[in-house]
Each structure stands twice: as structure tokens, then as C-alpha cells.
Design a binder for this molecule. Structure first.
Ligand code: N01
Length: 535
């Protein structure tokens, strides 16, 4: 590989360009540069490493994967040295971990930070990618690896009069690193997804008054946050090999076995017992997938779980009218939420809930938010309104493949990614967490993909291939596979970002492979390179 570096191809600046400094980008730089010896240039729009965890600094930001599995597993020593206080990691802790990874493998020196990739065009004559940045630089590279993040293009709804509001406005994923002083202020939060729930709990004790603007109520279960003893951590570390093996062969890779027992085949009492146990243990994915095998598949099982959560909301929330507004009526089939006291927060005197389905937001005024039932005066308005997920970051770049086809044109009928990583007409482009990739605790899926990408790059370099591209048939079959798996579940029937339903006008499509990480890894092994064309 070094030999490859020493004989630099004419007109080629880098062997590979990596975009993104989150888990995916960092690991890709390590594999390609440190292990394969390639000449790598990396970019990130942020001022430093972290990706999602660089941007999402809002109060209460926390991963809902347990601490021991929200990390990379490839380096045994790094795993051994890992330490954490609670069974879940806060944003500063995760960012700290990512800085440790960057330092340990000397990754920063490959990065140009504060730099946005604005365009990237495949040149069919040279077979190189030509990558343009907002700093006016254009570089060429043979391989392009994009770790743009699933959830990084922010969604800020356009309300009439937004520019007239005299207070401060923030999207949670663009929270200032210097923080925002909310003490004694009248604060509004729009959005009650995973982010909204966390920010609401975190700021309620601090603000003078919190007004939550809820469009669709969510099912949320306790997260079960607790300190983890040294003995527990030692036991985890002693069993790490088994733990990672299990996670990578499971469906959602959250560190538990998915249940094989159907909810509809046990008695109501047994359902209640199992749900109660899961409620007390904590964890959203655990509640959905570790209790019974069919919560996400069978409407009757789903309703049993939904009913249990609704009953809990009614018990927790003292004001019956607020409890009613908080109770979802639809399917329990979005990415499952968990929290550290969400429903209880509505028992506080300084928190009020506005149902914007009953009373829609009409406009923002200089003083605050006007809904059809009146004006809510605010000093600060927080948008916890989510993301243009999965393909949103790709379509914002002027990305062109063969024949100048843009990624938006290519994905006009919905975004595709063969095995979640590659696309016809976009040779040598490897997407980490691209469309039609696995829907899991993300670091194990990211590792899986980056390792596949590095193996493939090595294979091409060893064989002297210039380009790789999947076949059209393979790509279409994979989309079909993703569609038919999704259709076996209840997820497409709930409106959420998982199917693109959260962005007005966005194509409702299958954005994920819902077959689980274990099956995804098997598919990668079985396919090998047989569905790819090399040149
Ligand atoms: O975004 P979301 P998120 N008017 O899209 C509302 C990960 N994550 O940032 O449901 C009024 O889920 C919208 O309402 P509705 C995780 O994968 C993980 O919360 O569309 N409201 C909804 O309530 C998660 O799934 C963690 O009716 C509007 C909210 O905004 C993903 O990120 C923590 C509106 C958006 O919810 C995204 O979560 C945080 C409008 N015009 C995030 N537009 C953990 O690990 C949107 N909304 C714990």
C-alpha cells in the first residue's frame, strides 16, 4: 500500500477523502490511513471531532444505548480502559470519548475542520472524485467515504413571522457551545420526540415557565438511569468478547436478547408482569424488543404495549386534561423513546402543555407563539423539531455521479444504497449509514460498514481495480428486500422520520434495512463482491 503512495498517480491528490468526524468518519480515517497506509484527507463542518455529539449540546442530551455498548469495539485496550459513571452516557461524556479516540489514533491531523464539502463530482475520464469545499479548495481522490450522519441536517419548520420574534431561537442540534442561560426565562419547546423529551426534563427545573408545544404525543418508558458500580463494570469487561459477539449477531444491537415469545400467546397477567418488569428495568428498545417478539409486528401485541404505557401516563400525570393530551392513541411504532422523568415533569407548576393539533400554531409574533387559542409570551423558543434524516445531508451537497447525474435525481423515487453503502452511477463512493442500512444502536453498525469499506478498498488496491459499482439488479433487489422487511412490521404505518414522513414534501420511502444487524452482517458475508462490477 505504501508503494501505492510513493507512486502518486498524476492528478490525484489523495487516495481517499473522508467526510465527517463522527464515529464513522473517525474510524474510516483510522482504517484507511493507519491500517492501509493510504493518503487520506478528511473534512468536517464542525470545529472539532464528534459529529452528532459535537452538534447536539442541548441540555439533557444523552444516548439511550447503555454505556458499555455505545463505543467502538475494535481496539481491546480502548475497551479495557473505557470508564463511565452511569449506565448511560451524557453528550459531554460521549464527546470526551470521541476525543480520546481521535487522540489515541492521531486522527485530527488528517482533518480540515470548519470546512463544508459543497460539491463532489465523479470525473469519468480520470475515475477520480473532485471534491470542492466552502473554502474554495478542490481536491481529487480515488475513494470517497461519507460519514455524514443519519440525523444531522436540521429540520426547522417555517412558521409565519419567525423573523419578527424578539426573543432567542435555537434548534437543539445547533445549541451554542457556550450554553444558553435559561434561568428565570419563559421558554417554549416545539417538538416532543427523543430530543424534546430530554430537553424538556432538563430545563424544566431551571426556567421560570416552560410551554411545551406538542403536535403528536409519544410513547415513552423510563430509561432506568443509575450509577454503575466498579464490580458491574469489571464484569462487563470480563465478558466483553461475548457481549460484542451477541450484539453484532442480534437485531438491534442494544446488548440484550430479542424476545422470542409472542405477546398474544400469553395471558393478560403475564403481559402485565413482563411490561412492568421492563418498565422498572428501563430502556426504550428493551421495552419494544426484549419484552415480546411481536410488539413491532402484530397490532394486537402493539396495542397491549401501548395500553400499558397509556395506563402509566394516566397514573403519573395528576391533571387529567394534561394526561389526556399526553396519551398517544396511534400505533407504538416509531423509534422507541425512553426518558428520565418525562411525564412527571408535567406535574410541575411551571410547565404547561399546548396541543398544537387541537390548536395549531398560527404564527410567531414579536412576543412569542400565537396558536388558535391565544398568544404564548416567550423569551426563548427551542426547536426540538428533528432532522431531514438519512439522505438530507447528501442532497444538500452538489453530488454528481456518472453522466453528471445528481444524487437528488438518482434518488427521485426515494434514496437507495446497495447494502446501505454503495450506489450505481456513483463509483467508489462509500456511504457510512447511507440509505437502506441497518436500524440499530449505531456504533456496531458503523463498525461493520467501515470494516467492509476498508476491506473492499484493500481488495481493489491489491487487485489494481480503478472503480467499483454495484449492479442495477442488486441495488433494486436490495431496495425490494428492505421494502418487504419493512412491510412485515408496523413501522411504515406510523408517521416518523424513519420513513421520511416528518419533512413536508419528502418522499415517503424505505430508508432502512429493518432485518437486524446480525442478518445484515450475514448478507455482507454471503454477497462478497459478486454483485459488484469492478473496472
Ligand atoms: O426528532 P423527531 P428528534 N410543528 O423527528 C415535532 C435520535 N435521538 O430530534 O411527531 C410542531 O423524532 C414532531 O411532531 P410530530 C433518535 O434516533 C436519540 O426528537 O411530527 N411540531 C416531533 O414531536 C430520534 O428518533 C436520542 O407530529 C413539529 C418533534 O418535532 C432521532 O434522533 C436523543 C413540527 C421531532 O421529533 C430524532 O429525534 C435525541 C411542526 N411544524 C435524538 N415539526 C437518544 O439516544 C416537527 N415537530 C435518547
Amino acid at each position: 500500500m505504501n508503494q501505492h503512495n510513493n507512486h502518486k498517480t498524476k492528478g490525484l491528490d489523495f487516495d481517499a477523502v473522508v467526510v465527517g468526524a463522527g464515529f464513522g468518519g473517525l474510524y474510516a480515517v483510522h482504517k484507511l490511513r493507519n491500517e492501509l497506509g493510504l493518503n487520506v484527507r478528511a473534512y468536517d463542518n464542525g470545529a472539532d471531532v464528534g459529529g452528532t455529539w459535537y452538534w447536539n449540546r442541548y441540555p439533557g442530551a444523552l444516548s439511550d444505548t447503555e454505556s458499555f455498548l455505545y463505543r467502538l469495539s475494535f481496539d481491546k485496550e480502548l475497551l479495557e480502559e473505557g470508564d463511565w459513571k452511569h449506565n448511560y452516557l451524557t453528550q459531554p461524556e460521549i464527546l470526551g470519548y470521541m476525543n480520546t479516540v481521535a487522540d489515541r489514533f492521531d486522527l485530527r491531523r488528517s482533518y480540515q475542520f470548519n470546512t463544508k464539502v459543497t460539491a463532489t463530482h465523479f470525473n469519468e475520464e480520470t475515475n477520480f472524485w473532485e471534491v470542492t469545499t466552502d473554502k474554495g479548495e478542490i481536491v481529487t481522490a480515488k475513494f470517497q467515504v461519507t460519514g455524514l450522519g443519519l440525523l444531522s441536517a436540521t429540520n426547522v419548520p417555517k412558521f409565519k413571522g419567525m423573523e419578527t420574534f424578539k426573543g432567542e431561537q435555537y434548534h437543539t442540534a445547533r445549541w451554542p457551545s457556550s450554553g444558553v442561560d435559561l434561568k428565570g426565562k419563559r421558554v417554549g419547546v416545539i417538538g416532543t420526540g427523543s430530543t424534546g423529551v430530554q430537553v424538556i426534563i432538563a430545563i424544566a427545573p431551571e426556567v421560570e415557565h416552560l410551554t411545551v408545544f406538542q403536535r403528536t404525543p409519544q410513547y415513552s418508558v423510563p430509561i432506568g438511569l443509575r450509577e454503575q458500580s466498579d464490580a458491574d463494570k469489571a464484569e462487563i469487561k470480563a465478558n466483553y468478547e461475548e457481549i460484542w459477539k451477541q450484539a453484532k449477531s442480534s437485531a438491534v444491537a442494544f446488548g440484550f436478547e430479542e424476545s422470542t415469545i409472542s405477546a398474544v400467546e400469553v395471558s393478560k397477567e403475564e403481559q402485565e408482569r413482563v411490561f412492568e418488569e421492563a418498565w422498572n428495568t428501563g430502556g426504550g428498545f428493551r421495552f419494544m424488543f426484549n419484552t415480546f417478539s411481536d410488539i413491532a409486528i402484530n397490532p394486537e401485541a402493539n396495542e397491549a404495549a401501548a395500553n400499558f404505557i397509556r395506563k402509566k401516563i394516566k397514573e403519573i400525570v395528576k391533571d387529567p386534561e394534561t394526561a389526556r393530551k399526553l396519551m398517544p392513541t396511534g400505533l407504538y411504532a416509531k423509534r422507541p423513546l425512553c426518558d428520565n422523568g418525562y411525564y412527571n415533569t408535567y406535574n410541575r407548576d411551571n410547565v404547561s402543555l399546548v396541543d398544537v393539533k387541537e390548536n395549531p400554531i398560527v404564527e410567531l409574533t414579536p412576543k412569542g407563539v400565537r396558536t388558535t387559542d391565544g398568544e404564548y409570551e416567550l423569551d426563548v423558543l427551542i426547536y426540538a423539531t428533528g432532522f431531514d434524516a438519512v439522505d438530507g445531508n447528501y442532497t444538500k451537497i452538489d453530488m454528481r455521479g456518472r453522466g453528471g447525474v445528481t444524487v437528488s435525481e438518482k434518488w427521485a423515487d426515494g434514496p437507495t444504497g446497495y447494502l446501505g453503502m454503495t450506489n450505481t452511477d456513483f463509483p467508489n463512493l462509500f456511504m457510512i449509514l447511507g440509505p437502506n442500512g441497518p436500524f440499530t444502536n449505531l456504533p456496531p453498525s458503523i463498525e461493520t460498514q467501515v470494516e467492509w469499506i476498508a476491506d473492499t478498498v484493500k481488495y481493489m488496491v491489491d487487485k489494481g481495480f480503478s472503480t467499483i459499482e454495484p449492479t442495477v439488479e442488486a441495488e433494486n433487489d436490495w431496495v425490494e428486500t428492505c421494502r418487504s422487511i419493512a412491510d412485515m412490521t408496523l413501522f411504515p404505518k406510523a408517521e416518523s422520520w424513519i420513513f421520511g414522513a416528518n419533512i413536508p414534501g419528502k418522499k415517503n420511502a424505505v430508508y432502512f434495512y429493518l432485518g437486524g444487524l446480525g442478518n445484515y452482517r450475514k448478507a455482507l458475508e454471503e454477497v462478497g463482491y459478486k454483485n459488484f462490477v469492478f473496472d
